[in-house]
Design a protein around this ligand. Structure first.
Ligand SMILES: Cc1cc2nc3c(=O)[nH]c(=O)nc-3n(C[C@H](O)[C@H](O)[C@H](O)COP(=O)(O)O)c2cc1C
Length: 198
């Protein structure tokens, strides 16, 4: 299978980016091909420009980086998106990727307020990280908000079959080595569970 991994964290040595490398390496170990979009390191421009709101035509061609990013989604069987929860949402870098790349006409169509996803047939995995404990997020209703806005409103609405939303909670600076390794093994196990037989 072909995988596209899209990750957003400003620090290359962060837990988030370490997790991204571990997950990517496990997919390769399973015999899959993968391409990682490390949005910060590749200098992805997250700002949607006014001209990108105009329907694409000969006079209004799409931006080259968006076309490339959309081609890379089309070429992939599965998309894995990895980011820390910032203010219970995704970093602006990731939001900008979604705004620009999951464009109307590519990721969805909408008629009379009804949205139809255009990326049906593709699988996705969502991996998020929080400082707060998951039980606290669940109790406050915040986890439900995350699931409604991110799992459902973005990924399922675009047509993806969301295989798993894997979440790592209580991720603070200076985690014990053993805790980090336990988390890395959960990421490897997620890759194996969904993609071992392919
Ligand atoms: C700008 C910002 C906003 C954050 N907002 C939240 C939040 O709303 N809820 C939460 O549990 N953690 C929040 N955190 C904590 C991060 O989710 C957590 O520190 C991070 O995921 C740990 O992973 P890292 O080491 O890869 O950065 C926030 C961190 C930053 C920098």
């Amino acid at each position: 299978m072909k995988h596209l991994i899209v990750a957003a964290h400003p620090a290359a040595d962060s837990f988030t980016m370490g997790l991204t490398r571990t997950y990517a390496a496990e997919l390769e170990k399973l015999g899959h091909s993968q391409r990682t979009y490390d949005l910060y390191r590749m200098g992805f421009d997250p700002v949607l420009a006014a001209h990108e709101l105009v329907p694409v035509s000969a006079d209004h061609p799409a931006s080259a980086d968006v076309v490339q990013a959309q081609d890379d989604i089309c070429a992939a069987d599965a998309l894995t998106v990895i980011y820390p929860l910032w203010w219970l949402s995704m970093p602006a870098m990731m939001k900008g990727y979604i705004d620009r790349v999951f464009a109307r006409g590519f990721a969805y169509e909408a008629h009379n307020g009804i949205v139809r996803g255009l990326l049906a047939g593709k699988k996705s995995v969502l991996i998020t990280i929080s400082g707060a404990p998951l039980p606290l997020l669940v109790k406050s209703g915040n986890w439900n908000a995350v699931q409604v806005l991110q799992d459902t409103h973005i990924f399922r609405s675009a047509g993806f079959e969301l295989l798993e939303h894997l979440h790592f909670d209580e991720v603070e600076p200076h985690l014990a080595k053993a805790t980090v390794e336990k988390h890395m093994e959960r990421a490897r196990s997620c890759a194996r569970q969904h993609f071992a037989a392919d």
